[in-house]
Design a protein around this ligand. Structure first.
Ligand SMILES: [Zn+2]
Length: 122
């Protein structure tokens, strides 16, 4: 890798640039070696997309999809955090998933109660 300040070549595990004395950031030191966690990223995206789909449409048919989106997002965020990657999408999926679960959960409960009342009358 190269020094950000003076541009001279450094050893990969250098803490300080020997040429100009500037501190080398930990992110720069590990950035090249650390593999991006594709599983975490994929789970965050899957959780986010599923939570949005659940909110606008899927939750009306399958009451399980908002819950699945929460689980996917939560696992994605957990893995991403471990790896030091961004996990904004997973967090968004987690929140939207909870909202979708709350909304559709209430609708499902209301529908079940309504159906129960109808059956009781008949
Ligand atoms: Zn330097």
């Amino acid at each position: 890798m190269f020094c950000k300040n003076c541009g001279k070549e450094l050893s990969d595990n250098a803490f300080v640039c020997p040429h100009c004395g500037v501190l080398v950031a930990a992110d720069d030191r590990n950035g090249e070696k650390r593999p991006k966690n594709k599983t975490a990223f994929g789970l965050c995206i899957a959780g986010f997309v599923l939570s949005i789909l659940s909110l606008v449409w899927l939750g009306a048919y399958f009451c399980i999809t908002p819950i699945v989106s929460i689980v996917l997002s939560a696992v994605g965020v957990h893995l991403a955090k471990k790896n030091g990657d961004a996990h904004g999408l997973g967090t968004a999926g987690f929140v939207v998933g909870i909202v979708a679960t709350a909304i559709w959960g209430l609708i499902w409960i209301a529908a079940a109660a309504w159906l129960g009342a109808l059956i009781a009358i008949v």
